[in-house]
Design a protein around this ligand. Structure first.
Ligand code: NAI
Length: 773
């Protein structure tokens, strides 16, 4: 059982402090957020500014209004006395030793002796922070290094000093893991800890190599990006995102604290072009211009020509190497002899060697280093996993043939790779060169790690199912987990097998970034292009049959989504008897954007759910309108409260703050079985034609007078209206669940025949952008 905190104070309401306060409040704990005394009438204006940032709809730091009410604002001149009943004081003020030390003195005067004090510092060693603290305070001091944005970035680096009490560390660890949902990685007090030490080095290697080898920003980002399992911002896009000026500070600061022999120094030299850019205010996204300018979404994107220092139209790199590597794996990149392949090898060989050379200095544990890069930099694989996918011995041979230094720990993985399976356990080579089974704290399980040690019962390119602990676990593994006939076939097979094999239940879960972005639009477009409406109808009917079989199964069924669950992905979620979702999940039916209607039971399920929602009880017309409006607009929920408000989850569903705790919670829920909520779907007596007419009038008005809806929006909206109201039938006509499923498919086929729908599908598939036709 976690020992929670009663009340937490966060001092410094900037980017990080406000984010930490928001996430602590999301976890249900009272927070006091203090900043400097403000000028003018409002003494708390600086803390208030930080609080307002949490309300940014593009990146909401708060999960609900209720969470916001848990934060009290103040300033360090008037409100320090309120620290007396806080059991954790988290400092997140500017990165200046003198300012931090001065603040700790003030905290020491007012805080409870038992309070834990932490700093969010990125670079200052603990021994310097605690230098003039009494011993009793030093034992209660640690660094909790969160990443920006705090709600969404999963990594927390937890660093203790020589004198930090182990109990302080375990208390912070369990709270941050279980309640704040962080992947806690314990680090030594070394410069940049784990993630920034390797991450900043990798970025710098890519930057300098691209400059030296004459790759454009677009080319470099196309290689140092998706094909390596690195976010698509790559290197130049990431520089723009973080801020070219801020990155310059980070690089300078790391260079001052790293020892002289560190390879980082060779990659930290000043680049005159970037100095000029900073002086010209071309500091990246916050100024609207850096290496890129304008918006990628609206097509106004430009890219800086580094020779002429002017902006030119942006064109995708379309590198065949990048495409091939995404399909065939990273080795394809480094085996390539073009300048792109040489660039990839240079960056990867340096970064991966650097990571290996830092064992054991920064950590004894390659898993901790891999986790830090995955959770803190959103890399798909950590350095040691990348080495495994390149083949450790191939990397070592090439380094040796190039006469380069091979770090000792790299040789430890030469024979069998760093990660390998023995018996039924996945294990990893440790600092002594020995294989040992990979262990994680109790309750923390990554399904990918479990499945790696098992053989799938059935496996296809898009999905597999495994038998784990007597539970059938269905894992999707296509790009963005787009669903096709194959993935639904695997799911249907698992549903059928559970009973026959006497298994305990079914779990649908994966630890990819997104549970599922919906049905593969390419599959739909192929049916449309071939004008194969019978085939399309069969595909939809199979989808519906699969989710209904899952819903009707007489064993426990848990769906555990994280990241995006959209369209068809969300229709699977809607048919779980119990859902264990991640707190930051984004869920919804977004089919209208591509000119179709949800037809995997999504429309009918939203209609039923609205009839059960407290806002619509006993008012069927209101339920029809709610289902029509929310599905028509493709509304998504971004927090548990919102999902409840939008009738997307039920009161037996629950959420986990930490993604790595979803698997265990789900399997426990299956074993327990008491929170399973089967749902029967009775005949609905829909309001029919009068409400259908009202909805069509609403669509017409929204198109003609408000201009909110495009012509094809009206066509698609009319089909949603037809399903949700019952369409052209007399009021009170009865619709069974199957009637509603049939209505979904009919509307889908009507729309699939329209060129305007095909144009929407083309746009989404070919450009990644929705078409408003
Ligand atoms: P920031 O500049 O956004 O915010 C700092 C805040 O501290 C400002 O609101 C400022 O008014 C306030 N402040 C300054 N002196 C104060 C004092 N004596 N008492 C109370 N408030 C005071 O800085 P940011 O980015 O939030 O960084 C905070 C800390 O977190 C730094 O130590 C930084 O190195 C670290 N950090 C920053 C990350 C980032 O991505 N920005 C990531 C991880 C760590």
């Amino acid at each position: 059982m976690t020992r929670s905190f009663r009340k937490v104070a966060v001092i410094g309401a900037g980017t990080m402090g406000a984010g930490i306060a928001g996430q602590v409040a999301n976890a249900g704990v009272e927070v006091l957020l203090l900043d400097l005394h403000g000028d003018g009438d409002d003494p708390d204006s600086l803390a208030r500014r930080g609080y307002r940032r949490l309300l940014d709809p593009a990146q909401p730091g708060l999960m609900s209004r209720r969470a916001g009410e848990r934060i009290r604002l103040g300033n360090i001149r008037d409100d320090m006395h309120q620290l007396s009943d806080c059991d954790w004081v988290a400092e997140a003020v500017v990165e200046r030793l003198d300012v931090k030390r001065m603040l700790y003195r003030k905290i020491g005067e007012v805080a409870d002796d038992r309070a834990i004090i932490t700093s969010n510092t990125s670079t200052i060693p603990i021994r310097m922070l605690v230098e003039d603290m009494p011993v009793s305070r030093r034992s209660r001091f640690a660094v909790t290094h969160f990443f920006n944005p705090v709600r969404f970035m999963r990594l927390l680096e937890l660093v203790g000093g020589d004198e930090t009490d182990p109990d302080v560390m375990s208390r912070l660890e369990s709270f941050c893991d279980e309640q704040l949902g962080k992947g806690v990685v314990r680090c030594r007090d070394t410069p940049g800890f784990l993630a920034n030490r390797i991450g900043v080095y990798a970025i710098q290697c890519a930057l300098h190599a691209a400059m030296r080898m004459g790759l454009t920003a677009v080319e470099a980002d196309a290689i140092f990006g998706r094909p390596m399992g690195i976010p698509k911002t790559g290197v130049f896009g990431l520089y723009d995102l973080i801020g070219i000026d801020l990155m310059a500070d980070v690089v300078r600061s790391l260079a001052t604290i790293l020892p002289p022999g560190d390879p980082f120094h060779a990659e930290s030299g000043e680049i005159p072009l970037m100095t000029r850019m900073i002086a010209n205010g071309q500091t990246g996204n916050k100024q609207g211009r850096g290496f890129y300018k304008g918006d990628a979404e609206d097509g106004s994107r430009l890219v800086l020509n580094r020779d002429t220092e002017t902006y030119e139209p942006f064109a995708r790199a379309n590198l065949s190497l990048a495409e091939a590597a995404e399909k065939e794996g990273m080795s394809r990149l480094v085996d390539d002899r073009t300048k792109y392949g040489k660039f990839a090898w240079e960056v990867l060989s340096k970064t991966l060697s650097y990571a290996a050379s830092l064992v054991p200095e920064i950590s004894d544990d390659p898993v901790a280093i891999d986790d830090a890069m995955k959770l803190g930099y959103n890399w798909a694989r950590g350095p040691f996993e990348m080495l495994d996918s390149l083949g450790v011995s191939a990397v070592v041979d090439r380094l040796e043939s190039e006469g380069r230094n091979v770090p000792g720990f790299l040789l430890a993985g030469r024979e069998r790779g760093f990660y390998s399976v023995r018996g039924r356990s996945l294990g990893v080579v440790d600092v002594s060169g020995q294989w040992s089974a990979l262990t994680r704290p109790a309750g923390m399980v990554r399904v990918g790690e479990v499945c790696r040690a098992l053989s799938p019962e059935i496996s296809a390119e898009a999905a597999s199912w495994y038998s784990c602990e007597d539970v059938a676990v269905v894992v999707f593994h296509s790009k963005a987990n787009a669903l096709n006939g194959e993935s639904m076939g695997v799911l249907h097979d698992a549903v059928k097998q559970v009973q026959g094999r006497g298994m305990r239940g079914l779990l649908v879960h994966n630890d990819a970034p997104h549970f599922s972005c919906g049905v593969n639009l390419g599959t739909i477009r192929d049916f449309c292009r071939r004008d194969d409406m019978d085939g399309l109808d069969r595909f939809l009917a199979d989808f519906q049959e699969t989710v209904i079989a899952m819903r009707d199964a007489d064993f426990p069924v848990v769906i555990a989504p994280a990241g995006l669950s959209l369209g068809g992905g969300f229709e699977i979620v809607l048919h779980g008897k119990q859902v264990v979702f991640h707190a930051n999940s984004i869920m919804g039916l977004v089919e209208t954007a591509v000119g179709v209607v949800p037809s995997g039971g999504g429309c009918k399920e939203m209609l039923y759910r609205w009839t059960e929602h407290p806002d619509c009880m006993d008012d069927l017309s209101r339920a029809c309108w709610k289902a029509f409006m929310n599905t028509g607009y493709g509304k998504t929920a971004t927090s548990p409260d919102q999902a409840l408000d939008l009738a997307m989850i039920r009161n037996n569903d629950s959420y986990q703050a930490n993604r790595d705790r979803m698997y265990r919670a789900s399997v426990d829920a299956i074993m327990d079985g008491t929170r399973q909520k089967p749902f029967s779907r009775p005949v609905l007596y829909l309001p029919g034609q009068p409400v259908f007419e009202e909805m069509k009038t609403w669509l017409k008005t929204a198109h003609e007078s408000d201009g909110v809806l495009t012509p094809h929006d009206v066509v698609v909206g009319t089909e949603i209206a037809r399903i949700m109201s019952g369409g052209d039938v007399a009021p009170g006509t009865g619709f069974s669940e199957q009637d509603l499923l049939d209505a979904e498919r009919r509307s889908f086929l009507t729309l699939a025949r329209q060129p305007a729908t095909l144009a929407r599908l083309d746009s989404m598939l070919d450009t990644g952008k929705p078409l408003r036709n």
